[in-house]
Design a protein around this ligand. Structure first.
Ligand code: NAD
Length: 356
């Protein structure tokens, strides 16, 4: 064995009702004038009340893919209201804005995730400037405190639950075959994928299932943490291109692409794909992920997300202009074929494991 593992300095609270600790956590972090960040005012209301006088301002206009214009707008509240800490409640969009502000100010962040995307566990920020989404890592980006309270996810519609959960599964899968993976990452990723693989169909079947919701959030925590500990590969690259350059919705794009990337990378990363199969309890993890989409009523083709067929070639160009390392070498034709399959919505399968 030969590896490097870096542990992040983060405080994680987990449990139903834990959001009620937010004022104590703010006091502990010496935050007396927080900016509360959300994607809509009704999502931020309870946290504002819980924070009481420690809430100095609210910015409820966070947007997907963290456009810099939105960050600039939110920054005026930070400087104008003498803000000394950030409290984000929401999915990756609200958390992304908190991260973007923290990158610029080094203010402490307390985040309360309400989806299963896993962004809260990483020092990664994807920012969009003039149609180009670029990711960066910086210690200031990492949220200091994460409060996981599955009750906050009870209102998350089933379809967003599935797509954000598959976004987290994608973190786990890419961590399994990452160039810088390690034994702790692999154990964590497999456990995280297992939890999400069990939780998501249960949430679809019964959105009010509190145990499934908690299991989903547990999986999101684990899969988010392994994304933070490793480097991303082809799957994340393609999602960033389709989201940043073509404006496709983030988690839906992850959901459509992941089965195809699993099939594409399987020959070059057999152990990682075997672990994914075991975690999902499926003979063929690519087909199983695809079937999860169709049985959940979630889009399973890029064309239904609004991408024009002519854009596929340009997407490959943008992806290959600044490629990420990938277990299977990246050649144009192969990636174009992958995107074509995903655009059409074909059911992929891992040849050596195919069940039919
Ligand atoms: P999101 O935050 O955009 O939320 C999706 C939708 O669901 C929004 O309309 C939101 O208002 C709504 N919503 C959120 N929680 C809800 C709830 N509990 N009940 C009802 N509605 C709710 O979606 P997301 O998939 O969590 O985040 C996507 C963003 O996160 C992207 O910008 C992506 O780049 C980023 N992200 C970053 C990382 C990272 O490590 N940097 C990881 C994953 C995702």
């Amino acid at each position: 064995m030969n590896f490097v593992h870096q542990t992040f300095p983060q405080r994680v609270l987990f449990g139903a009702g834990r959001r009620r600790s937010v004022a104590d956590e703010a006091a502990r972090a010496k935050v007396t004038r927080a900016l509360v960040i959300a994607t809509s005012p009704n999502r931020s209301a309870e946290v504002e009340t819980l924070l009481g006088t420690a809430c100095a301002a609210v910015f409820a206009g966070a947007r997907m893919h963290t456009p810099v214009e939105t960050t600039d707008e939110a920054m005026t509240s930070v400087s104008g209201k003498a803000i000394d800490g950030l409290v984000a409640i929401g999915g990756g969009s609200a958390i992304g804005l908190a991260k973007a502000i923290a990158l610029r100010t080094d203010l402490p962040q307390i985040v309360l995730p309400t989806t299963y995307a896993g962004s809260e566990m990483t020092d990664v920020l994807g920012e969009t400037t003039k149609g180009l989404k670029q990711t960066r890592r910086d210690p200031r980006i990492l949220p200091e405190v994460v409060i996981y309270d599955a009750e906050l996810t009870m209102t998350l519609p089933s379809q967003v639950s599935v797509t954000s959960g598959i976004n987290a599964i994608a973190h786990g899968v890419e961590a399994l075959y990452a160039r810088d993976t390690n034994p702790l990452v692999q154990l964590t990723a497999e456990e995280g994928i297992t939890a999400l693989g069990q939780a998501l169909p249960a949430i679809v079947q019964s959105p009010g299932d509190a145990i499934a919701r908690e299991r989903g959030l547990y999986g999101a925590w684990l899969c988010g943490s392994v994304l933070g500990a490793t480097s991303m590969a082809l799957h994340h690259k393609l999602c960033h291109v389709l989201g940043g350059t073509f404006g496709l919705p983030h988690s839906e794009t992850h959901a459509v692409l992941l089965p195809h990337v699993v099939a594409f990378n399987a020959p070059a990363a057999p152990e990682a794909i075997q672990r994914t199969a075991r975690a999902l309890g499926a003979a063929d993890p690519a087909a199983a992920l695809f079937d999860l989409l169709t049985s959940s009523g979630v889009p399973s083709a890029l064309r239904t997300l609004g991408l024009q067929e002519e854009s596929l070639v340009r997407a490959v160009d943008v992806a290959l202009a600044q490629p990420y390392w990938n277990p299977r070498p990246l050649e144009r034709d192969g990636i174009l074929a992958l995107l074509n399959d995903a655009w059409q919505g074909r059911r992929p399968h891992v040849s050596s494991m195919a069940s039919h």
